[in-house]
Design a protein around this ligand. Structure first.
Ligand SMILES: [Zn+2]
Length: 355
């Protein structure tokens, strides 16, 4: 969840920027508007209070995860608040089951502690607190209970899914633990959807959200685990078809058609000077196809090197949304690595591990 865009920074806690996603903002404005227009008489103040309490609760929940994660040396980029809850954009969480368990459990545990403290407060101070304040504390406790409880459902992307995986990972390999936890989450989602058909449509939405979350988590972990210890040099294509800055575009189009490779490094006097992809060529009108590659190639080259872990190269490909990276060793082009190469390596490794 590193690519959460369209968010506004609110403030910073423990050095972590807290951001509000635009969809959350729109939802809040909508609800405030409903309240202001008095569509449901008498409910406006209560709604405003409730939204604020949910907002505060979600921030505290995410900060608890981040606080524990930071203590294990995980860097936290930011926390983004979405209508479905918060997302902490952090570096990869350590694959140490004990650490993951404590990071995951910190959020819901904090919510339960807050709820407990609120109930004690209301109980002890019942005669001193005003009715409105009592109600507010009571709702705050309830919001914390619901958020904490919902997040402890044993399904990705909820914290309970991570807790379950951490528990399983102490007893089997990380990939198998993730697969088992993801399957449990999916089955839970299916049961939820069936119950939802009879009782509440909203449950079906949550079920879809859980099902997709489980599948995504499993895929991400599988890919990064299977690629562990594999370098770019192990996977790259070594004999690279290159073109020169003076090659006509029409010739490159023929190459693409014959070789089925959609990107070519542009080399001049043994130096890599650019890269030409199908994306660059597709915009060239037929009249200009006799012109030279240098007019259309991409000059700022994002490259990799043979010793780089493949998982890092894949992350760069995904982040920059490109299909391939030229591989340079001491400034010399020694190969090219594409997303297809990497995914093929994943498939082979998956076969090796077996079921
Ligand atoms: Zn959480």
């Amino acid at each position: 969840m590193k690519n959460v865009k369209y968010s506004l920074k609110l403030f910073t806690v423990f050095g972590i920027p807290i951001e509000l996603h635009v969809s959350f903002l729109i939802l809040m404005l909508f609800i405030y508007a409903v309240a202001a227009l008095n569509l449901f008489p008498g409910i406006n103040l209560l709604l405003a209070v409730l939204i604020t309490l949910v907002f505060v609760t979600v921030v505290i929940h995410e900060l608890s995860h981040s606080y524990v994660a930071q203590r294990y040396g995980v860097k936290i980029e930011r926390i983004v608040l979405l209508p479905i809850g918060g997302v902490s954009a952090m570096e990869e969480i350590p694959k140490d089951p004990g650490q993951e368990f404590r990071i995951a459990v910190a959020g819901p545990a904090t919510n339960f502690v807050i709820a407990g403290v609120c109930y004690i407060l209301v109980f002890l101070g019942a005669s001193h607190l005003s009715g409105t304040l009592q109600d507010a504390i009571y709702y705050f406790a309830l919001v914390n209970l619901i958020l904490g409880g919902f997040n402890m459902l044993p399904a990705f992307p909820m914290d309970g899914g991570r807790v379950l995986r951490a528990y399983l990972a102490g007893r089997m390999s990380y990939v198998r633990a993730t697969r088992l936890a993801a399957n449990i989450g999916k089955q839970l989602a299916i049961i939820m959807a069936i119950v939802g058909v009879f009782y509440n449509i909203f449950l079906i939405l949550i079920a879809v959200f859980i099902y997709i979350g489980a599948e995504q988590e499993y895929r991400t972990i599988m890919v990064s685990t299977l690629l562990e210890g594999i370098t770019v040099g192990n996977v790259m294509t070594r004999d690279v078809q290159t073109v020169t800055p003076e090659t006509p575009i029409s010739e490159v189009l023929n190459l693409m058609f014959q070789k089925k490779h959609m990107g070519y490094p542009v080399v001049e006097n043994g130096n890599l000077v650019g890269i030409l992809t199908f994306h660059d060529v597709s915009g060239v009108v037929p009249d200009r196809r006799s012109e030279a590659v240098r007019l259309f190639m991409t000059r700022d080259i994002i490259s990799t090197y043979p010793e780089e872990p493949v998982a890092d190269a894949l992350e760069r490909l995904n982040k920059k949304q490109i299909g391939r990276l030229p591989v340079l060793s001491e400034g010399v082009l020694v190969g090219i690595i594409s997303k297809t190469d990497i995914l093929r390596a994943v498939e082979v490794m998956n076969l090796k591990i077996g079921e």
